[in-house]
Design a protein around this ligand. Structure first.
Ligand code: NAD
Length: 243
């Protein structure tokens, strides 16, 4: 398996933390040369909401490694509340990052992906795209857009040799979820309650999501396009609703 991505170059947005970091480490362990695009803590500093920054970072990766074979569009932020709780500026901010960010990075990377014999894009979506989660209107809408975008991109680019898929994580134990738990009066009790609400009784690990991303990105998934792979402890597969 360590040879799986030998000779290939992968770009991971939001790869300095959480799921993206686990993805970057997994792809590197399987032989890829990995470029992390993130706001900080990386050689390729990049803000996916800034087109010039994205174009410069992708050009720097191509210059440095000579090719781009795999793109993992993972950078994203959360938002809480009902449809009425976020104002226009917040709606546009979250869509700009979670949805338009994917378009920007993909647009910049496409010329390089088109020349790869094993090109693949994996978008980090969420069970929020389809679950109807309470108090997550804006976030769910943005991830619903990511799901639709994944399918549309898959249709547009498959015949160019670029496969596009997404992963739908459930509740993953990352710094993001850690920050939400830390905001509770009793973080440990909150964590235990959150685990108890998961179908398999625990949080999903970032490594589990990384394995799913690596599979979809690998030549082994050469006939898989336009799908969402759930990594959610059984939530969607068992037709359960988060409580
Ligand atoms: P995280 O906060 O641990 O990591 C997110 C990374 O994205 C950070 O390194 C951050 O610096 C980077 N980032 C944020 N804004 C950026 C920008 N404008 N440009 C470039 N990089 C930027 O979060 P995480 O939990 O690892 O989440 C990663 C992805 O997984 C997100 O798309 C999120 O929606 C999705 N997701 C997370 C969960 C979960 O439970 N943690 C569940 C489903 C989906």
């Amino acid at each position: 398996m360590s040879e799986e991505f030998e000779g290939l170059v992968a770009v991971v947005t939001g790869g300095a933390s959480g799921i993206g970091r686990a993805v970057a480490e997994e792809l590197a362990a399987r032989g890829a040369r990995v470029a992390v695009l993130d706001l900080k803590d990386t050689e390729f500093v990049c803000d996916v909401t800034d087109d010039a920054s994205v174009r410069a970072a992708v050009a720097a990766v191509a210059e440095r490694y000579g090719r781009i074979d795999v793109l993992v569009n993972n950078a994203g932020i959360g938002a809480q509340g009902t449809v009425a709780d976020n104002d226009d500026a917040e709606w546009l901010r979250v869509f700009d990052l979670n949805v338009v960010g994917i378009a920007r990075v993909t647009r910049a990377a496409l010329p390089h992906l088109r020349t790869s014999p094993h090109a693949a894009i994996v978008n980090t979506c969420s069970i929020a795209a389809t679950a109807g989660l309470p108090q997550r209107a804006l976030y769910s809408a943005s991830k619903g857009a990511v799901l639709a975008l994944t399918r549309a991109m898959a249709a547009d680019h498959l015949r160019e040799g670029i496969r596009v898929n997404c992963v739908n994580p459930g509740t993953v134990d990352t710094p993001w979820v850690g920050r939400l738990l830390d905001a509770a009066p009793d973080p440990e009790a909150e964590r235990a309650a959150l685990c108890a609400r998961q179908p398999h009784g625990r949080l999903v690990t970032a490594q589990e999501v990384a394995h799913a991303v690596a599979y979809l990105a690998s030549p082994r998934a050469g006939s898989t396009a336009g799908v969402e792979l759930a990594v959610d402890g059984g939530m969607s597969g068992l037709r359960l609703r988060p409580v």
